[in-house]
Design a binder for this molecule. Structure first.
Ligand code: ZN
Length: 287
């Protein structure tokens, strides 16, 4: 009898001990899980913070690596704004004012993708202002997507490159909004910048751009549509040596053979003169 009691006590002790052990294991698992997840979360946040800090500290946006993908939620703190004369000016006095912006209009035609690759290789971001009539085929849509996925900014340059003041208000609106709809279908977001063909806005197009949350952007100078500058050498020379080049210069170029050929020399020449190629993601927009 005594033996049986001892055995029962022993068995009972074993059951309790196992239960305690299991409970402890469960707790340990719970505790070790929680910090691991939290740590993971913190490490992701830390990475993002570090990245933002790097962008903020440097202020030299041309050295910011253009990300491989343009993420919808990606939000970088604005450091620059578009001035009344379309130059790019710092928002605060800590930011480098000796910058130039590269913009490529009438895209994507024959050379936009090549130009995007050149700029990417040189670590320059830029705005590609696109026309809707150049986005009608699957090939062109794919080209737009590729340019966007390389990290470039897509701007609206109207559907047919029409001279807007000649059109009815209804047509003006269609020229603008249709492009935003097309671009959104391809890249998942609407353009944030609007550039009217010939820089010719009306009060009405300004209002449409505003309603579409787009920032207006003309340019400081450009030459590639003039016959005498339709060569790599002549265009490079005038783009770098015009007296219109100054801090904040907003450079207008096009999807053209000679411009594509001159692009690398223009970028290098600007850098040699001490200009930083501003990342358009750092420019304040309406949304
Ligand atoms: Zn144009």
């Amino acid at each position: 009898m005594k033996k049986i009691v001892v055995l029962m006590v022993f068995v009972l002790c074993c059951v309790i001990a196992t239960a305690c052990n299991n409970a402890e294991k469960a707790n340990t698992a719970k505790e070790s899980d929680t910090p691991t997840n939290k740590e993971k979360q913190e490490s992701v946040e830390q990475k993002q913070n570090n990245q933002n800090e790097r962008i903020n500290e440097k202020g030299d946006s041309d050295k910011i690596e253009i990300k491989n993908s343009n993420k919808k939620m990606e939000k970088v703190e604005a450091k620059y704004k578009v001035s009344d004369v379309w130059s790019i000016v710092p928002i605060d006095d800590q930011t480098n004012e000796k910058v130039a912006l590269i913009t490529i209009d009438d895209a994507p035609d024959k050379y936009a993708l090549e130009m995007a690759h050149t700029l990417k290789r040189l670590h320059v971001n830029a705005i590609f202002f696109v026309n809707g009539h150049l986005l009608e085929t699957p090939e062109k849509k794919d080209m737009l997507k590729q340019i966007y996925d390389m990290g470039f900014i897509i701007g609206n340059h109207t559907y047919s490159h029409a001279y807007l003041p000649d059109l009815s208000e209804e047509k003006q609106k269609e020229e603008i909004v249709r492009v935003n709809d097309m671009v959104e279908k391809v890249i998942g977001e609407r353009p944030k910048f609007f550039r009217a063909p010939n820089g010719a806005n009306t009060d009405y197009t300004r209002q449409v751009a505003k309603d579409e949350d787009m920032t207006l952007m003309n340019w400081s100078y450009g030459y590639d549509w003039h016959k005498e500058y339709m060569s790599k050498e002549a265009l490079t020379n005038i783009m770098l040596n015009t007296n219109l080049l100054g801090s904040g210069a907003n450079l207008l170029m096009h999807d053209r053979e000679w411009t594509a050929a001159a692009l690398e020399d223009i970028v290098n020449g600007l850098r040699d003169k001490g200009y930083e190629l501003v990342n358009p993601k750092l420019i304040q927009t309406a949304n």
